[in-house]
Design a protein around this ligand. Structure first.
Ligand code: ARG
Length: 557
């Protein structure tokens, strides 16, 4: 409907405003008696040299009134009331024919790079990495739904002086079998031990420095160990990715750029951007601390590797956009990085975007990796799944596929809890709250979906285009919400904000449950096919919303 109205207004305004400008001006009135959509004429007064009221009257007079039930001019507003029946038929039949591709844009042949998750080898997978994983995956799905091809990149933290320490620690205290069976835990243990021991025995630091030097010089033994640490850590991370249903197109981590930094440094030098500062080299950037490129000993840094990575990705993919889904504590790093690339004269720097996010809190406090004491994501997920299973045992003990459903509900609950608020907000991690079937949760939406699925199954519903009459006020609210889906998909991409889809799905589920409470869907009368078709459309869009967020929708629960 929106689209139709905008086009109609465009004509009525005789080309004075374009589609986008009209779209920005259109409002949803606060009260129903003011129409379904409202067009304010105040900002036009200057341009048209007429009063808003007069403009509203003229434009309203030009509208194709047959499209609407009513068009009223109130003050400087044009209040438009939809012709419900037409709209219902148009919206629902569109969903019935397009099904899950409703809201998808046509493939545009462009790529979007999403750098997300990116944990550090031999360190635990932190809550921050969980957020990045969940948000990044949703953004990748959102980009795809908007017609882009997404490239999911796991920029593993697999290089740095800590590997020198790990190698030394392993040679002194490492236990091969223990590491093979629980890599992160064991590697972390010897890493912490290294730090404790080095306090008494500072020579260890010198050994670590040498070990890292050996690694950089591609010493055989050091390289083998590094490879092995990387492999076993990645195998452990992969279990979590599998559980979350997430995969990557590339695991090129920091180490991948080792042989790609010289040319970047050379380029910086040629462009006369490198400035020496106490033996180190930096690039100066406006209104920020300078970006450190090489240390006094010539070693490169995190930023140098990110610089090389950005160049590489540009050459490889020419992305329309490139997202870095990393906590807001790294904002300075990314601002510096983007500024350096801009200074190098690359206008594609504008396509790079840091997507920051807040923290996960437990009882209001930061949930973090402390010395040796870590919150393991795998444990957290296991606990949530266990709780979900208990809930099922309580509510629906005869359910088939209990294990699988418990996993889909438990994992979905964690993901949704993360995505339902704007990413910059800190989020509270409470398993009880995120599993609450009546709350703002994944299980609430999944349950709504399952409820509709069982109705459709009972009625042996087959989706096909039909003729709709009015389905009542609540269903009308639901239909207007369904109509908003394509726009929500678009906005979620433009704003890099999955929470728009999470909130959208919650609202749709809430409206449907209200409808369900008021309506006997399965009563055998002439309206049954219409009620089922409406329910089907709601289920389709709910399932698609959950899929985009990275959440499964079981048919029974
Ligand atoms: N490994 C880093 C960390 O754990 C995150 C890397 C993010 N991506 C990037 N291109 N810098 O903090």
């Amino acid at each position: 409907m929106q689209e139709k109205i905008i086009k109609d207004l465009e004509q009525a305004l005789e080309g004075q405003l374009d589609y986008k400008e009209i779209e920005e001006l259109l409002e949803k009135p606060k009260y129903e008696h003011l129409g379904d959509v409202s067009f304010p004429c105040f900002s036009l007064a200057k341009k048209f040299r007429k009063s808003p009221q007069l403009i509203a009257e003229e434009v309203a007079g030009n509208l194709q009134q047959t499209l609407y039930k009513d068009v009223q001019v109130v003050g400087g507003y044009i209040n438009i009331f939809y012709a419900q029946e037409n709209a219902i038929n148009r919206i629902l039949n569109r969903i019935l024919s397009e099904q899950e591709s409703y809201g998808s844009k046509q493939a545009n042949g462009k790529k979007v790079v999403i750098d997300f998750s990116s944990p550090n080898i031999a360190k635990s997978f932190s809550m921050g990495h969980l957020r990045s994983t969940v948000i990044g995956n949703a953004l990748a799905n959102i980009a795809e739904k908007n017609g882009f091809q997404s490239v999911r990149i796991n920029h593993l933290g697999d290089w740095g002086t800590q590997f020198g320490k790990l190698i030394v620690a392993y040679k002194l205290w490492g236990n091969k079998e223990a590491i093979a069976s629980s890599p992160i835990e064991e590697l972390l243990k010897i890493y912490v031990k290294f730090h404790d021991e080095a306090e008494q025995n500072p020579e260890l630091n010198e050994l670590a420095r040498q070990a890292f030097k050996a690694l950089e010089d591609q010493d055989e033994e050091a390289t083998q160990l590094w490879k092995w640490f990387r492999e076993v850590s990645l195998a452990e991370f992969s279990k979590v990715y599998e559980q979350l249903g997430i995969s990557f197109d590339s695991y090129h981590g920091e180490a991948f750029y080792n042989d790609k930094m010289d040319s970047v440094i050379k380029e910086l030098n040629e462009k006369e951007l490198l400035v020496e500062s106490q033996g180190a080299f930096v690039v100066e950037v406006d209104s920020m601390p300078p970006c450190l490129i090489t240390k006094t000993d010539g070693a490169t840094l995190y930023a140098t590797r990110d610089l090389a990575a950005a160049m590489y990705r540009w050459q490889e993919y020419q992305p329309a956009r490139s997202f870095y889904v990393v906590g807001n504590e790294q904002s300075l790093h990314f601002n510096q990085l983007f500024a350096v690339i801009k200074k190098m004269g690359y206008n594609w720097a504008e396509r790079l975007m840091h997507v920051p996010f807040g923290m996960i809190l437990k009882d209001g406090k930061k949930m973090s990796t402390r010395k040796g004491k870590v919150v393991l994501l795998a444990d957290v997920l296991a606990e949530t799944i266990e709780m979900a299973k208990k809930n099922i045992e309580l509510k629906n003990p005869s359910l088939q596929d209990k294990e699988k459903v418990a996993e889909q509900v438990g994992v979905g609950a964690v993901i949704f809890n993360d995505l339902k608020n704007h990413r910059m907000n800190d989020i509270e991690f409470s398993i009880e709250l995120m599993l609450n079937f009546e709350g703002e949760t994944a299980p609430y939406i999944q349950y709504t979906y399952a409820r509709i699925s069982s109705l459709l199954y009972k009625a042996q519903f087959i989706p096909e285009k039909i003729k709709f009459a009015s389905l009542g006020d609540t269903a009308w609210q639901g239909i207007l919400q369904l109509e908003d889906f394509p726009e929500t998909i678009n906005a979620a991409y433009e704003q890099a904000d999955p929470s728009l889809i999470a909130k959208y799905a919650l609202k749709l589920a809430r409206i449907y449950n209200k409808y369900y409470g008021q309506t006997k869907v399965l009563t055998d009368d002439e309206g049954i096919q219409q009620r089922l078709a409406f329910s089907y459309c709601v289920a389709t869009v709910l399932e698609e919303s959950l899929r985009i967020l990275g959440i499964k929708a079981p048919k029974n629960m």
